[in-house]
Design a protein around this ligand. Structure first.
Ligand code: UD1
Length: 423
């Protein structure tokens, strides 16, 4: 298993190109199952989850072609498929595999998808996906850890999500586009990744209204066709580099990003004393010339402060003057990074869904363990400012969602090295 060795204390300077969004690419790849024509996707990040999704589609006998490996552009042709199934071996490594459920049942009338089970950051059920498909006429059974969905043809329905769910909205949107009649998704997720998916589906011939709002109206069509689509930039990778620049007192320009997808995060970091100049619609310069000040955050659905930026903000708060109260409302058990940062010298107390960070603290290098994707990123950030050497174990979590993280950080002046060991 690989690990990172990081010598902290370097100021980051230079330019970094942000990759395409992992969380937008995954539903886009699954949406290619909706048509027998090729769907060409660009700006795909070269990360482990994309390879897992490609494997999953290939398991279904869809053709996944890419000129490069790992894939950053893919053409997916699901002319026919032979296994409408997402097996446990793939779902257990990536719960977003569940995104194939909606497209499969909508186009082929059958899907068998392993239940994702628990994960480090909480229970994360898919009950809302299932209830919505049932309302659209699917017969669902759960057997041997698999969800099986059957429907001759799905029909439109009024779906009110009891809780806002990102992949739930995406799954049902991709089912509704081929359903008979009108589907209304209420209390839908408004994340930019959902809007990007809706834009791709419209290019494929779908009829969707209400993009960017919490009510999506879909008129089902008989058939969709192939298209080309460039996926949006990764707003979480963007936020992670903004924090990396800020925490090291650096001066970093980010390109190929979309500052408009991060308004709340950027405004919040400005309040903490980070200077952020939006240079264009796709670039910004981040500097931290004065000391950082702590501030409270509460994670919320979009457009609120994203839960996927919470851990990185905790790292920043350890270096900021004053007390920051961080409240996590989306997932239970999402402060696993705090105990590792405490081992590095941070002053953090966690009580249920709240973490109180008192800063600034001098962090010192230690051996720490990454527990999930974003927690791993936050430990890298903490290590960048810690004295001496930090070793971060289990970075396979990071490889799921960050493209060439160590190379990008090294280009900005960080002293970070991947130590490979035989698995
Ligand atoms: C997506 C993102 C993930 C992000 C999360 C919240 C992808 C691939 N992943 O995950 O990075 O952290 O949104 O922004 O896009 N819930 C239920 N029942 C359901 C579905 C969800 O109770 O059927 C609950 C979850 O347990 C959680 C909350 O709803 O507490 C939000 O989860 P959801 O938005 O579904 O997260 P994901 O789509 O899995």
């Amino acid at each position: 298993m690989d690990r990172f060795k990081i010598e902290g204390g370097r100021r980051l300077e230079g330019t970094v190109r942000i990759s395409g969004s992992k969380n937008a690419s995954l539903p886009a790849m699954a949406a290619a199952l909706l048509t027998n024509e090729p769907v060409h996707l660009t700006n795909i990040p070269a990360v482990r989850d994309i390879i897992t999704m490609a494997k999953l589609l290939a398991h279904m006998r869809a053709k996944v072609q890419s000129e490069v490996y790992p894939p950053t552009e893919v053409t997916i042709s699901a002319e026919e498929i032979s296994h409408a199934e997402a097996p446990y071996e793939l779902v257990k490594t990536m719960r977003a595999s569940v995104l194939t459920l909606g497209p499969l049942v909508a186009r082929f009338g059958y899907a068998r998808v392993s239940l994702p089970g628990g994960c480090a950051i909480g229970a994360r059920p898919i009950d809302l996906h299932i209830q919505a498909l049932e309302k659209m006429g699917a017969t669902i059974t759960v057997d041997h850890g698999y969800v099986e969905a059957r429907a001759k043809r799905l029909h439109g329905a009024k779906i009110h999500f009891e809780k806002i769910t990102v992949t739930g909205t995406e799954n049902i949107l991709t089912a509704a586009v081929l359903a008979e009649g009108e589907t209304v998704l209420m209390n839908a997720a408004r994340e930019p990744e959902v809007t990007d998916l809706a834009e791709l589906l419209i290019k494929m011939g779908a009829k969707i209204e209400g993009l960017g709002t919490s009510e999506l109206r879909v008129q089902g069509v008989e058939k969709l066709h192939g298209t080309s689509h460039a996926v949006i930039p990764d707003r979480i990778e963007t936020g992670t580099f903004v924090v990396a620049a800020a925490i090291t007192g650096g001066d970093v320009t980010l390109t190929n990003c979309a500052p408009r997808h991060l308004t709340v995060v950027l405004d919040h970091l400005r309040r903490c004393g980070v200077e952020i100049d939006e240079l264009s619609e796709s670039s910004m310069r981040v500097r931290a010339r004065k000391g950082l000040r702590g501030a409270d955050i509460t994670t919320e659905e979009y457009p609120g402060f994203p839960t996927d930026m919470q851990a990185q903000y905790v790292a920043l708060a350890t270096q900021a003057e004053g007390t920051s109260v961080i409240t996590e409302t989306i997932f239970e058990n999402r402060f696993l990074h705090a105990s590792e940062m405490i081992r590095m010298g941070a002053n953090i107390s966690v009580d249920g869904r709240q973490a109180i960070v008192r800063g600034p603290s001098k962090l010192s290098g230690a051996a720490v363990i990454a527990s999930d994707l974003r927690a791993s990123a936050s430990l890298v950030l903490a290590a960048l400012v810690a004295s001496n050497t930090t070793y971060i174990d289990r970075i396979y979590h990071l490889d799921r969602g960050y493209e060439y993280l160590e190379a990008k950080l090294r280009d900005l002046g960080a002293n970070i090295e991947r130590l490979s060991s035989p698995s």
